[in-house]
Design a protein around this ligand. Sequence first.
Ligand SMILES: [Zn+2]
Length: 195
Amino acid sequence: VSAIDGLIQELSRLPGIGRKTAQRLTYYLLKGSPEDSRRLARAIDRVVDEVTACSVCGNLTSDDPCEFCSSERRDASVLCVVEEASDIPAIEASSRFHGRYHVLGGKLSPLDGVGPDDLSIAALMRRLESGIQELIIATNPSVEGEATAAFIHRMVSSLQDLSVTRLARGLPVGGDLEYADGVTIAEAFAGRREM
Ligand SMILES: [Zn+2]
């Protein structure tokens, strides 16, 4: 393929970007300064080279352990379980949560062949052995997200002195935490209830 078609193809593989948008972006870059395009290419290179999963919580980070796991100002007794690392910025934007995170790396989805062993549930169980008092399950309010929350709740039900809560409804059903606004997430945290 030609250089132009090659870039259009790569861009159109991104979520939410159809062929038309990919074409528009490609010609936008070609019209702009070469330095702007090179900076974009370097930024992509850099995340690929530098960013890894935090060895403690699974958050995506340039530093391992990540900023939340290494910060003394975060409450180590409260753990918030999310599906993806991309959910964390939305929760941080709510300024409502000051504990630490655990990233599952997806959600249970039997139809797609995703079972408990494909998620970091065993690592979560190990973390819960060390002084965690509250587990907030913040999986998405979708069918799979609810099933994942129920599964984790069953797994931890035998642990003593652990309070397990679920974010309040009010998040759009079937919606993604990632795209919810800070106020909505803050309300969901404030109204979280015991499972
Ligand atoms: Zn971490």
